[in-house]
Ligand binder design. Structure first.
Ligand code: GTP
Length: 608
């Protein structure tokens, strides 16, 4: 009672209280309240929270998608993230998108219950400031009607199980549409009303009107289908009578299914009490006490103090009338039915403000608390997973760093060893070349000394005829070339081949020591195929060597005998332009030729 008095005093301060006449109606206070309803409405708590949580979820969505793509795009050969983890990251994308969808649809829901004709539809219409739902004497609401805001100018309704949008131009049409259909009591008709016509719809409040609780035994179904997501319940009572068992038992069931539902009680038709002014206070006290007891002691949904802020005495019909006049630019008190309109009207405004505060806070809590904790959990889970991945990649980085260092060190040591081996091998090759040169030179020298034998073996008959002589020379050259070649091959090939093979083996062994055994196995085949048998080729081409030789069958040699002896003994350097001494000798031409060859070859292959 005291709460009521405080409320009444605060609302009508400066006026004559409940008995004030409709003519002294304070229009300034009303417009103040109206602007409050629009701009500073407690519903903004929900509206802002919804915007904020949607923004947060947009960010979470970006984060989740970006993370998934990052994880998914990691090279497959890098074993940091396994398949299960990738799938988990992907699952967060679906989770977040599902939550975002729910969030976009989230609204504040208020459901109205009470006996038939108590004025449920009238209360909703008064709150929406328009005759949206049909109301009248008798059972007018035959199913659940949900009024929700929609963008645009056109109102329409959608029946349960259908996507068809039925145009609704006016209330009569809506009433007809609802009556024509044989709808079950617990079915739902959704009425979409332009949200700009009412701030409650604009701010995402959804109203649910119900058939009278006295006309159905299916209360459980009603609760399951229409009440579980409701943020606020309004019990609309008829102030002309007392609360019935049906009304009480419905809310008992609600409070069993939902933990501490927010229940407001409207003692509607309070205008009727004005007809019996002398009993008004006592009736009010009686109703109030019963309602407070019902909320705090029977349902136990709130304390007695809180309950005092949830019980109101209003006239929905009057409020609706006032608002309709107001919307036409006329004074609201024209809608008054009886005396005390201003008090009842303010009490209705007070109900609306408390209702808005309650529904806004409750919806933020019930709708967004869960989503925000889910968002936090998703963020935390992903953070944890990414940290694990980060730790793993750090370990891997360390390992790879170690391997890289080992390899770099190995490359450096291999490079320096390779340079060392290359140097040594170059030296070895150089030595071998020198040795080969020496051996070839020695062998060639010896063979040249033995040229006489080769020439002696040449048995072609000699003739001084120039033509025959040319053929003779050619054959002799070929004979010497073949003989010298085969002699050199016999003397040098094996020794040189052995030498080269051992050098090759040494080189291969030393190269093997530089590379790992596995690499050797894979490379061995190639190395083997590359090692061809060593073969020596002696290309003497006597024909060319002797091309500048002009025989003189008169045997007029220009070298002196001493210098020739010096030449044979190697004491004398030759430049191919020695003075010649003439020797005259008749006899065996073969011997002369032989002699000549020896001298000539000695001059050619002189190693000086
Ligand atoms: N005097 C007076 N009449 C009211 C008030 N509220 C509603 N009525 C009238 O009561 C009748 C029933 O109102 P409704 O709003 O249809 O009641 P309801 O609870 O929705 O009824 P159902 O839809 O049948 O369950 C209508 O004729 C209204 O004009 C009020 O505050 N004062």
């Amino acid at each position: 009672m005291s709460a009521y008095l405080n409320r009444a005093v605060s609302m009508v301060a400066g006026n004559t209280g409940m008995a004030s006449s409709s003519s002294s109606f304070d229009t300034n206070s009303i417009s103040e309240n109206r602007s409050f309803a629009n701009d500073k409405s407690p519903l903004q708590i929900f509206v802002k929270a919804k915007k904020r949580i949607n923004d947060i979820y947009d960010e979470i969505n970006e984060y989740v998608i970006e993370t998934f793509h990052f994880v998914n795009d990691l090279p497959h050969d890098i074993d940091i993230v396994d398949k299960a983890e990738k799938e988990l990251f992907e699952s967060y994308i679906f989770k977040v998108s599902a939550i975002r969808e729910v969030l976009h649809r989230d609204h504040m829901k208020v459901a109205f219950f009470g006996r038939t004709s108590n004025g449920k539809s009238s209360v909703i219409n008064a709150m929406l400031k328009d005759k949206i739902l049909p109301s009248g004497i008798g059972h007018t609401t035959n199913c659940f009607c949900q009024v929700e805001g929609v963008d645009g100018e056109d109102a329409y309704l959608v029946k349960e199980g259908s996507d068809e949008k039925l145009n609704v131009v006016n209330i009569k049409q809506l009433a007809n549409a609802l009556c024509q259909e044989k709808l079950s009591e617990s079915s739902l008709v959704r009425i979409f009303w332009p949200r700009e016509r009412c701030h409650l719809l604009r701010d995402d409040v959804v109203f649910v009107d119900s058939p009278g609780v006295d006309v159905s035994a299916n209360l459980d179904d009603w609760i399951d289908n229409h009440c579980l997501d409701a943020d606020v319940f309004v019990l609309v009572l008829n102030a002309e009578s007392t609360m019935t068992l049906a009304e009480k038992s419905f809310f008992h069931t609600v409070s069993k299914k939902l933990s501490k539902p927010n229940v407001f009680v409207l003692n509607n038709r309070w205008d009727a009490a004005a007809d019996e002014m002398e009993f008004q206070d006592s009736v009010r006290t009686q109703h109030l006490e019963r309602c407070l007891d019902f909320l705090s002691k029977e349902l136990k949904v709130c304390s007695e103090k809180e309950a005092a802020e949830r019980v109101f005495f209003v006239s929905a019909k009057e409020t609706l009338n006032a608002r309709i006049f107001e919307s036409k630019g006329q004074p609201p008190h024209l809608g008054a039915i009886t005396d005390g309109f201003q008090t009842r009207y303010f009490e209705f405004l007070d109900f609306e403000r408390k209702f808005e505060e309650c529904i806004s806070k409750s919806a933020v809590k019930t709708k967004f608390e869960q989503h925000s904790s889910r968002g936090r959990n998703i963020g935390n889970d992903m953070h944890l997973m990414l940290e694990n991945i980060y730790d793993r990649s750090n370990v891997m980085k360390k390992e790879k760093g170690g391997v890289k260092k080992k390899l770099t060190d190995r490359i450096q040591s291999t490079e320096s060893n390779l340079m060392q081996i290359t140097r040594e091998m170059k030296q070895k090759i150089h030595n071998m070349v020198e040795e080969v040169e020496k051996k070839v030179s020695t062998a060639l020298n010896e063979e040249i000394w033995r040229l006489g034998v080769l020439v002696d073996e040449f048995s072609m008959p000699f003739h001084s005829e120039p033509l025959v002589l040319n053929i003779y020379k050619k054959e002799l050259n070929a004979h010497v070339e073949a003989g010298l070649g085969s002699n050199l091959r016999a003397r040098l090939s094996i020794a040189l081949a052995t030498n080269i093979e051992s050098a090759q083996c040494e080189m291969t062994d030393r190269m093997h020591s530089l590379i790992s055994s596995e690499t050797i196995i894979t490379q061995n085949k190639q190395i083997l195929t590359r090692s061809q048998p060593f073969e020596m080729l002696y290309s003497l081409n006597c024909q060319n060597l002797c091309s500048d030789f002009q025989e003189n069958l008169d045997f007029k040699f220009s070298w002196g005998i001493t210098s020739m002896i010096n030449r044979f003994t190697g004491k004398m350097k030759t430049n191919g332009k020695q003075s010649l001494t003439v020797i005259h000798r008749q006899g065996n031409a073969v011997n002369y030729t032989s002699f000549f060859f020896v001298i000539y070859f000695l001059e050619l292959f002189s190693l000086d």
